[in-house]
Design a protein around this ligand. Structure first.
Ligand code: 8YV
Length: 321
């Protein structure tokens, strides 16, 4: 069919998503799946009607300012959109869509995996089995700390924070939370709201970070806030690495102030602070929050739903700006 809109897709997509994309659009793909430089993004965008991007593309104000006039929409294959300068997109009248909801469960599942993995020393245990350093059972071998019945503080009680709380309630955890706005009571399910995050921290045997990244939350978890946590607390992060001051977290993991951390996201990932690799009380995953076949397909279909809406002149279902 002639005149299909041209979509420049910066990274490889799941097969089912690519099939649907290529049926409706003239897709300009990146088969090698390399992370593209700003110059490569601009080159790929030449003559394209829309961009389908991911968080590995840094769409700065400068890059957005240089986009060819043909580009009329940006769809990101992610719920987070701190990699896109939203003000610059708005100034150019470029609509931006994201992929909320469909990755809520997968990401909350990973948060629970991190909490259990950190509390029960899953990394050390797994390594002992593989490296054959496990010699015998003993009453004091590799003791972790209990998760059941403890207090969980959630920083950022949006969709994912609420899904983490739901799962944690099955472990009889008492939920505390900080959010810019208090949830309506029927969504709190008994969780204790703290109007200030700093005031919540002393109640967090476990702290789960579920707030968006970006300048407002940059290095939110710093040395002063870690000091407010109970001794031997556990920190997990499935949001964005930038929320954590790595130097402060690493110092607290080394000193024993914190029992452990479970991290799925890192500032500068995949080039994380190398000291994390040396810490046996850090349970580390390579940004797997939404990495299930079901979720990644659903994210791709959501991005396509938004592109379809745009090119059919309908309101975007997931409009960020
Ligand atoms: C994705 C994410 O893995 O959607 C997000 O914001 O952080 C992750 O779930 C990633 O963005 C894929 O594009």
């Amino acid at each position: 069919m002639p005149n299909k809109p041209v979509i420049f897709v910066t990274r490889n997509l799941p097969e089912a998503v690519t099939q649907r994309l290529t049926a409706s659009y003239e897709a300009r793909l990146n088969p090698g799946d390399a992370v593209l430089s700003a110059e490569q993004v601009l080159k790929g965008a030449e003559g394209a009607d829309a961009l389908l991007v991911t968080p590995t593309d840094k769409l700065t104000a400068e890059l957005i300012g240089k986009l060819p006039a043909s580009v009329r929409m940006i769809a990101t294959f992610s719920v987070g959109y701190e990699h896109i300068d939203i003000a610059a997109a708005k100034a150019r009248g470029l609509p931006v869509s994201n992929t909320p909801d469909v990755l809520t469960d997968a990401t909350a599942d990973i948060a629970l995996l991190l909490m259990l993995g950190a509390a029960r020393r899953a990394y050390e245990g797994e390594r002992a089995v593989r490296e054959a350093t496990w010699k015998s059972w003993s009453t004091t071998y590799m003791l972790g700390t209990h998760m059941t019945g403890k207090r969980l503080g959630i920083f950022g009680m949006g969709r994912i924070g609420q899904a983490v709380a739901k799962r944690a309630r099955a472990f009889d955890m008492q939920i505390h939370y900080y959010n810019r706005r208090r949830l309506p009571e029927h969504l709190e399910h008994g969780a204790v709201y703290h109007p200030s995050a700093d005031e919540m921290l002393p109640y967090c045997d476990f702290l789960s970070i579920n707030a968006p990244g970006g300048p407002e939350t940059y290095h939110w978890l710093n040395a002063a806030r870690i000091a407010r946590l109970p001794d031997h607390a556990i920190v997990v992060n499935t949001a964005r690495g930038g929320l954590v001051d790595d130097t402060a977290l690493i110092a607290a993991l080394r000193s024993g102030k914190l029992f452990a951390a479970g991290l799925d996201v890192f500032e500068g990932e995949p080039a994380l602070n190398p000291e994390y690799r040396t810490l046996s009380n850090a349970f580390l995953l390579p940004h797997l929050g939404s990495a299930t076949i079901e979720t990644r397909n659903a994210m791709g279909f959501k991005a396509l739903d938004n592109l379809d809406a745009f090119f059919q002149g309908r309101e975007l279902p997931d409009r960020v700006v």
